[in-house]
Design a protein around this ligand. Sequence first.
Ligand code: SAM
Ligand code: SF4
Ligand code: FES
Length: 343
Amino acid sequence: MTINRTNITALSDKELKDLITSDKYDSRLFALSDSLRREYYGTEVFIRGLIEFTNICKNNCLYCGLRCDNTSLSRYRLSQNDILSACDEGYALGFRTFVLQGGEDTFCTDEYICRIVYAIKTRFPDCAVTLSIGEKSRKSYAAYLSAGATRYLLRHETADYAHYSRLHPASLSLENRKKCLFNLKELGFQTGAGFMVGSPYQTSENIVSDFRFLQELSPDMIGIGPFIPHSETPFAAFPQGSLSLTLRLLALLRIFFPYALIPATTALGTIHPEGREMGLRAGANVLMPNLSPPSVRRLYSLYDNKICTGEEAAECIACLKSRVDSVGYKIVANIGDVRRHNN
Ligand code: SAM
Ligand code: SF4
Ligand code: FES
């Protein structure tokens, strides 16, 4: 097969599945992916300051260490002052996007979230605020938008109904997850979807469904990272997702969605010391270092052995700059909006 974008985006489900499961084309896929990211984004790598503001969650996703049944975890919620201090530190380090991520914490009402978003936008009018706080009503999303949030990350996790029900309790449904994503898009958020690579019971057919769902949604951001087991979850004994498959999928995502903002995730950096650099070379163009106070980082424990839980924000950004330089890209201090067209 000639590896070019036209051929790849025209593949049937069976052909795409074969491509996903073979390493035969890897070097050509990576070359094509890199040329597309350069067409749309040059060598720029955008940074997003991640503030993990609450590890309290009412949900019980089987893969996640924050699930409500994990009683061995100490829970925390940052105050508005803590969040603004993290933004102050991030702004001085060059961050122009702040991502507020957390569990589905019922204490955080819409009013509470809107107050924090508004306070950040008032103090940093030149910055974007991204939310990643799970499934909410359309009305809640509209309120967040009015308060000044313009981006929302909500991974769909898997686009296969049977697989979704093996990863989640019966109270959560793929139908609602998808509805949330379409609501976010319709309201005008820059919207992010995505999935874990190698989550328990995932098949290559499931991954083909993920690509087809992403084609239907056409999200601005696409986050994928390897599943990593957490010792206090029902999936403690499952193996972690594969590095090589994650890299191949990053390349394929760049080829299918050349305009997309695609992070090289912390999970990728956790399964390999140079995972994030490899992710950038495969097609990723975003990094999301942690701006949370070091005192709580260890407690945002989605999976075991998470990196950067002992470092300060300034240490991580210096570390990342040299890592990004080492692979020939450069971190830029701008808001980093999606570029739907190459120019
Ligand atoms: N609660 C919100 C939600 O679920 O959308 C946002 C926070 S949640 C912790 C963010 C993402 O972490 C999830 O979308 C999931 O893909 C990822 N995650 C959770 N557990 C994980 C694990 N064991 N390995 C890798 N990623 C995981
Ligand atoms: Fe809660 Fe999100 Fe973890 Fe599910 S993935 S348990 S919703 S924090
Ligand atoms: Fe956090 Fe390297 S990025 S220590």
